[in-house]
Design a protein around this ligand. Sequence first.
Ligand code: ADP
Ligand code: MG
Length: 697
Amino acid sequence: MNSVPDYFGSLVFDDRAMKAKLPFGVYDSLRKTIDEGASLNTDVANAVADAMKDWAVEHGATHFTHWFQPLTGITAEKHDSFIASSPDGGVIMEFSGKNLIQGEPDASSFPSGGLRATFEARGYTAWDPTSYAFIKDKTLCIPTAFCSYGGEALDKKTPLLRSMQALNKQAMRIMRLFGNTDVKCVRTCVGPEQEYFLVDKDMYEQRKDLVFCGRTLFGAKPPKGQELDDHYFGAIKPRVAAYMAELNEELWKLGILAKTEHNEVAPSQHELAPIYTTTNIATDHNQLTMEIMQKVASKHGLVCLLHEKPFAGVNGSGKHNNWSMATDNGVNLLTPGETPHENAQFLLFLVAVIQAVDDYQDLLRLSVATAGNDHRLGANEAPPAVVSMFLGDELTAVLDAIEKDEPYSGVEKTVMKLGVHTLPRFIRDTTDRNRTSPFAFTGNKFEFRMLGSSDSIACANIMINAAVAESLRQYADKLEGAENFEGTLHDLIRSTVKEHKRILFNGNGYDDEWLKEAESRGLLNLRTTPDALPAMLEKKNVDMLMRHRVYSRAEIQARYEIILENYCKTVNIEALTMVDMARKEILPAVAAYEKDLADTLEAKLKMLPELTGRYERRTIAKLSGLVDEIDAAAEELDRATIRLKTINDVAEASYYIRDVILHKMAELRVVCDEAEMLTAEKYWPFPTYEKLLFGVR
Ligand code: ADP
Ligand code: MG
């Protein structure tokens, strides 16, 4: 088990393992299920289960679990052991097709937003055969969807799979129109770039804010932050390098194609990117990656922070969602083609995405809305909360030419004739990448950059897939009935560009000027989660999501409530943690330091009565003022949390948080951070920013 190819995927029941373990007929049926969604009969399921169990037991597994993604954001599992008693007093290892295909976790404590009445608390899990089973902690994990008995999705995988189906259905209509008869399906692919921070575990444990909230709620700026940018792509420190090496190994064993890793802009911030794969597998892999990142960190005396904004004043962490569409025979539909015909097809898929992003800006924005990500979007290192798209100069020029019916002169300086029957041929984008755009075309994929680092990528991809499916549906409806295909196609591309070009912006997304311009273009600026979420219930959005069977009405309502509830709970915990730390740790520490100063002053004056004691007096005076302010601010915040408890409506509660609680939290923080700057370091009750950010060597 030394070389990577030897152990890559060794803990996955992947195609190699299936081929090796399954009788040929069984393998064939399973492959059909995986590739074409054919249903699996009981005999085949039993044979698969048996082989899977044998393979898992050979690899040291003792238990199995259905592994699923409830609406809490993390993954859930309920372990059962394989053992069954045998008549001779021993045990046998047992696992049936029924165990494989369906499970019944006692799921009454997962959030359901009212979808699952308590009398039928036992939702069920159903195997997703398109995502391979794997072994983690001696447990065979079977990726599953999680539904109520009424069939409503209680998880993130089910709507993601539905959205992929919706996109496939509409994209296939387009493929047929372009005469692609050999294509069997269109899949969306994703490569998520995952950012994270590493901090020392001992220091982490001394901070209640990190332990309870995953982010610091206090902390004065250290003398050095990220201003030198000297950490980015700098040499990786030995302790971090050891961590990354083990992380890679663990991920590779699980068949996760972890490819690149490097330091990020902020001190102690890093990134890991896998090679892209089918969206539902990429989603499962990203959930696993986040879990393994934390587990491996712990072994190295580190803690991996996945929060979007662990530290004020330094960059937060996001997750770039690189998204594309590809046919089953490996053609990327977002790659500009060689011939005008191929280019017409490319342009149609391109404008489908443009229209989708413009029409459903609100859904994209709210798909990444969390309390944590609110600190990041719109801050000066993250994309703004306004959704816009970057295409690069060349593609923009192509679309411009189409819109104006003018000849296009590309980089090659060859003038393309643009008549009704011809569409331009152009070469791949050569312009620099725009790093500030929320939704950027990067050659053969779109990079959606608004996702938070701790988010499941499912939510964003559900919305992207559904919205693009909707554009494609409209196009297919028009084109299928068209008498003149090429002419209709040309007009369609042209009118789409005209209608939706307001979403295109190639400039600097961090610029304040842009926010003003975006407003004049009528683009949405949904700054916070409470601002964004109500759009989920808007008719145009509900209609679209229901039309493509991505969500039912009840599922949309449930998700709206769960996301807002989660937002409220998260901030409430933060507020309570702040009050607790201010009262139990910060105020006593400052008081102790004041006493020390007062004792010093008294001793000094006794010895040398002619001294002024300027330093002690002034510091005590300033700190005394601050402790009173801290005390008052803590009390106000405390009161606000009590008031919050009395608000029953979840939307109203979220507004109260946005308008009152977050401000009171900020006020408390300011005075505490000021006190930190005046207090002797050895009195400060928990590790400072300096230690946290520069403490891992
Ligand atoms: P960056 O410069 O942003 O780091 P990279 O080219 O290194 O970009 O790619 C980042 C991510 O994009 C990787 O996870 C990669 O697998 C993914 N990616 C590359 N091509 C595609 C594609 N066609 N579809 C989806 N994701 C892709
Ligand atoms: Mg990127």
